[in-house]
Design a protein around this ligand. Sequence first.
Ligand SMILES: NC(=O)c1ccc[n+]([C@@H]2O[C@H](COP(=O)([O-])OP(=O)(O)OC[C@H]3O[C@@H](n4cnc5c(N)ncnc54)[C@H](OP(=O)(O)O)[C@@H]3O)[C@@H](O)[C@H]2O)c1
Length: 248
Amino acid sequence: MHLNLENSIVLVTGGTASIGKAIVETFLEEGATVLYCSRNCTGKEFENEKAIGTKLDICDKEAVGRWIQDSADKFGGLDIVVSNVSALAVPDTPENWALTFQTDIDAAVNLIKLSLPHLEKSTRSPCIITIASVSGVSHDMSAPGPYGPFKAALIHYSHNLARELAPKGVRVNIVSPGNIYDKDGFWGSVEKGNKEFFDKMIGLNPTGRMGTTKEVADAVVFLSSPRSSFTSGANLMVDGVYRVGTQF
Ligand SMILES: NC(=O)c1ccc[n+]([C@@H]2O[C@H](COP(=O)([O-])OP(=O)(O)OC[C@H]3O[C@@H](n4cnc5c(N)ncnc54)[C@H](OP(=O)(O)O)[C@@H]3O)[C@@H](O)[C@H]2O)c1
């Protein structure tokens, strides 16, 4: 299937590691121009002239505003925005509730609001993708901390936004990964630090494995492409049917 992304201008937050990095790579494979950011970004993460990195913290609203405006000015607009960053602050502490609200909700809403004037002008089936989690739809090992509740809020916000923006031709979709393995990522560090827990988590997935970052990235890129032009408000679970409840 040809995804028609060669002329697309894509913004990805947290594009330098794990899932975000795979998302950037997959858009690049499809010929898109990708603007990505992270707090420690060097701009040299990808050997591809269509990948442009910026060092910024998505909680710095002014820096995000400048990044979006500069990107749209330089490349003549924006077509796709992927909100990928999470604080990934799992333990149930007051600090983590505040940090997770700031990063997973407040910064994501700011990113989307500032991108919207540009997306509304796009003629390439513009789309916003928010990266949530299976933790947003079910009880899991992150309970009772802030991670799942704020992912649930992100899913609800994204669905509401899909309804609000449909008349303007802007789609909004959610991708909810299950446990995704990357040797340098979260589950790679659990594997090194607590092999017993890691094996237990593998055992909870009926596929007998965790997902790959590429499997999440492929879902993101397909859903955001013009080939998904009538799909909006979807929450695509990329979890190897890890969740127990039926998804209606
Ligand atoms: N991994 C999983 O199993 C899994 C499962 C379900 C859902 N998810 C979701 O998938 C998304 C990505 O997770 P991941 O595991 O790939 O994360 P990760 O390995 O921790 O990578 C996070 C990326 O975001 C950047 N980042 C973190 N905080 C930032 C900030 N405040 N401003 C700008 N950039 C920031 C990091 O770079 P810097 O450190 O340089 O900023 C890095 O590039 C998250 O929304 C997560 O909740 C992951």
